[in-house]
Ligand binder design. Structure first.
Ligand SMILES: [Zn+2]
Length: 460
């Protein structure tokens, strides 16, 4: 948009359109929507993706409003212009509440209506009983957070309040698996540390984690397989990858010989994968990455567990969204027809591509984890579109994708609201009956994910 055009809009009557005209259409049947929402709030849910901090650590170091904001709200505050030093300052608990609020407030005003802002407001209102987030209410919010910070808080928030039955837990960038803290947390494990090992120092870390001495491709695979087997012992139900944060998702069928040559260069220290923005252009071990990723997918295939893939935009800043387009995965989907691929985050902003792929490929599932906070509106529209496009058993409604269970609770409130609005529309348009809407909701909230990850036979 040109700046002349922007100025015109800014000063013209275009800004004075009534708010209702710009917001979502009113519900076609408010009573029905309320009734469905109440029913959905009582239904059990599978949460397909989380990164919770250990409860043990939360109890010892209670969070505050600013730590809760660090995932993901502060990303929006930085996008709004908050300097990095201010972001760091907010993490200093020794800096007083008043001082931190003073630097937080101007950016909070800019971001409080984004999906992340909405989630924080819901969490504070529902779980801490404080209606508004302001400088005046901050002491009451902090008091409420301290009171809830005791053993059992995760069970209370997740199981009792949110009615989450199972959580697929991803503990991220680690060389060795960690046994989940509670029986209802089940492991989804990333092997990205092995697949995109970047330098000799990282090779040593993999050796320490597995006890395997890595001297070439075969031993690197052996280390990976040992970690895979250990994860399985800890109850792993899915493989996960976030490689799209670093490179595109086209995993070619690279030969073992090409991969072997690159391992040799890696072990000799001839080159390493750059970090920062240069990593997108320069992948000196790309054949190795492609080869190993396919090896991991083969391991998942051998024990019949699904592969969860990050697709769509990223947390943080400064990345290449086009790398995350799910259509890059096409060759892989052909080559592993038995593996069920759970594609994350409704591939935002590539929802239409994901809908087409969920329809085209029997082995592709569309997962709305992170989606209802990324954009509540886009998630609602996409859900409606997906229900037109794809068989309902291929769609999974919810994964919180947070460090803090309070925010996952809030995220699920938003997801259930979206579901109620979409199914109200479908009943009002006589696409389905109310009893069918309840059946659809049970599938989207629970049954589809429980079947995909084999959860119902487990003890939680
Ligand atoms: Zn995540």
């Amino acid at each position: 948009m040109s700046s002349d055009r922007r100025n015109f809009l800014f000063h013209s009557a275009a800004w004075s359109v009534p708010a209702a005209a710009a917001g979502p259409a009113p519900s076609p049947a408010p009573d029905l929507e309320q009734r469905l929402l109440r029913a959905f709030t009582g239904m059990a849910c599978v949460d397909t993706h989380e990164h919770f901090l250990p409860e043990k650590a939360r109890v010892v170091h209670p969070a505050d409003l600013f730590t809760l904001s660090s995932h993901y709200l502060l990303d929006d505050l930085v996008a709004a212009g908050m300097p990095e030093e201010t972001r760091k300052f907010l993490t200093r608990k020794d800096a007083g509440d008043r001082e931190r609020w003073r630097v937080f407030e101007p950016y909070w005003k800019a971001a409080r209506f984004t999906g992340y802002g909405q989630a924080l407001r819901i969490a504070v209102r529902d779980l801490y009983g404080v209606e508004e987030i302001t400088g005046e209410t901050l002491p009451a919010i902090h008091d409420a957070i301290r009171k809830i910070s005791r053993p059992g808080m995760y069970d209370e928030i997740l199981r009792q309040r949110a009615r989450i039955r199972w959580v697929l837990h991803d503990h991220g960038w680690r060389a060795a698996p960690v046994r989940p803290e509670f029986p209802y947390l089940v492991l989804a494990r990333a092997f990205d540390r092995y697949i995109m090992v970047r330098n000799r120092g990282e090779v040593r870390e993999l050796e320490e984690a597995t006890g395997v001495s890595i001297t070439g491709l075969a031993t690197l695979k052996q280390a990976l397989e040992r970690s895979f087997a250990q994860s399985r012992e800890y109850g792993m139900v899915a493989v996960k990858t976030t490689l799209a944060y670093h490179r595109d998702l086209q995993f070619h069928a690279a030969s073992a010989a090409d991969a072997e040559r690159e391992v040799a260069a890696l072990l000799k220290g001839e080159r390493e994968t750059p970090q920062g923005k240069f990593r997108f252009r320069n992948r000196p071990f790309r054949h190795l990455e492609d080869h190993l990723f396919r090896h991991v997918v083969g391991l998942a295939d051998s024990i019949g567990i699904p592969v969860q893939i990050h697709t769509g935009t990223f947390a943080g800043h400064w990345n290449h969204v086009q790398n995350s387009n799910p259509t890059h995965l096409n060759d892989l989907l052909f080559d592993f027809p038995r593996v069920r691929f759970d594609l994350f985050h409704m591939s935002y902003p590539y929802q239409a591509e994901l809908a087409a792929m969920t329809k085209l490929f029997p082995n592709v599932y569309a997962d709305f984890c992170w989606a209802h906070v990324l954009s509540p509106t886009a998630a609602r529209r996409a859900l409606r579109e997906f229900l037109d496009t794809s068989p309902v058993n291929k769609i999974i409604l919810f994964g919180g994708d947070y460090w803090y269970p309070e925010l996952s609770y809030a995220h699920l409130v938003m997801a259930r609201r979206n579901l109620a609005r979409v199914l109200t529309e479908m009943v009002a348009e006589q696409i389905c009956r109310e009893d069918e809407a309840l059946e659809l909701a049970r599938m989207l909230l629970y049954d589809n994910a429980a079947a995909l990850f084999g959860l119902d036979g487990k003890r939680g």
